[in-house]
Design a protein around this ligand. Structure first.
Ligand SMILES: [Zn+2]
Length: 351
């Protein structure tokens, strides 16, 4: 009989599951589900949506938006035991029809035609396509669509889309800033068009202003976009008044935790309470962390945990706790993984 090597992934899962049964080993889990049965059979679990294709897109050695970002997040969520409390889904490919709700059809066609068979195709000085980029971008947008279907059907309470490339700089007809399709915008337009929602909130706490999301949703009063970003850095937008559905708060460099929380409390929360969203999306960028050199806001894991708690609390009051989070920035692997862990812990109700 031929020797069959053990499945390493299965082995890891078993070890971690046994660890997860011992609460003393896990300071981060406080869910009531403990016992010999699989926890996945006992509660309605949040979704963790990702795909191996998202790690095949790369833009050259030393590019900060690198495939290792997803591995670092996945490893941290595994070690913390958080993935034991989520159902994992493979992100589907977004369809042309779904993309065309957020992007011009000519732009979608141009990007598909630009996909190189080998080497790189440069879109802007910091953004390039390799032969796998198009598929990764389609899956990243498809993850937001799937998250929308899962949450609105009641199959999952919340969802985290662990995908790349990110999306919030992608405008209606332009790729830029490491982004190709605006994942969260594709998800939101799916909620509005395919599910008939009338009021959806988009929260963006990436250190960079989400110019692409603003470009797509400016004047669309079905969507309330609330963002906090660092002033004076890429993409040098967001300071102008852009209509009643945009709540932009630009903060100076080195503002720190108190200024961030104050902006959320004074600007976001009253606007969200008045808007009464039926679903909340988060453009979850973690490059405002004080250890991430992409920005200088000076945030820490506890800030991401706190803002997620505020949003979950609001979602429970207005929309049955329905929140969909899509990964945006965050480029230094250790603070990225720690920050995502703090965010996801709240998202799955384990805080
Ligand atoms: Zn960013």
């Amino acid at each position: 009989m031929a020797y069959e090597p053990p499945d390493p992934y299965f082995s890891i899962q078993v070890v971690l599951y046994q660890d997860a049964l011992n609460p003393a080993d896990l300071d981060c889990i406080s869910l009531p589900v403990k016992g010999p049965e699989s926890p996945k059979e006992l509660v309605l679990l949040p979704a963790f949506i990702t795909h191996a294709d998202c790690a095949r897109h790369e833009m050259g050695a030393h590019h900060p938006e690198c495939p290792e970002r997803l591995g670092a997040i996945n490893d941290m969520l595994l070690v913390k035991g958080l993935l034991d409390y989520m159902n994992t889904y493979d992100a589907p490919l977004a369809t042309t029809e779904q993309l065309a709700r957020a992007h011009s059809t000519s732009y979608v066609s141009e990007l598909m035609d630009a996909s190189p068979l080998e080497g790189y195709h440069r879109v802007d000085p910091d953004t390039e396509m390799n032969p796998f980029t198009l598929t990764a971008a389609l899956r990243a947008a498809g993850a937001a669509v799937q998250a929308t279907d899962l949450v609105l059907s009641g199959e999952v309470p919340t969802a985290f889309c662990c995908v790349r490339p990110p999306g919030h700089h992608a405008e209606r007809s332009a790729a830029m800033g490491f982004c190709f399709f605006n994942n969260v915008a594709v998800g939101i337009r799916h909620a509005l068009s395919a599910h008939g929602l009338e009021r959806v909130a988009l929260i963006d706490f990436d250190v960079h202003h989400g110019n692409g999301s603003e470009d797509i949703f400016r004047g669309d009063e079905r969507v309330l976009m609330c963002s906090i970003f660092e002033q004076g850095i890429y993409p040098f937008s967001g300071d102008d008044a852009n209509g009643p559905n945009m709540v932009n708060v630009g903060l100076p460099s080195r503002s720190g935790s108190n200024a961030f929380r104050d902006a959320v409390t004074r600007h976001w929360l009253p606007a969200l309470e008045a808007f009464k969203p039926q679903l909340i999306y988060i453009s979850a960028g973690f490059d405002g962390h004080r250890e991430d050199d992409m920005g200088n806001l000076g945030l820490v894991e506890a800030d991401y945990e706190w803002v997620t708690q505020q949003l979950l609390s609001l979602a429970r009051r207005h929309c049955q706790g329905r929140v969909i989070s899509c990964l945006e920035g965050g480029y230094v692997l250790s603070p990225l993984a720690r920050s995502v862990s703090a965010h996801v812990k709240v998202l799955i109700g384990a805080d």
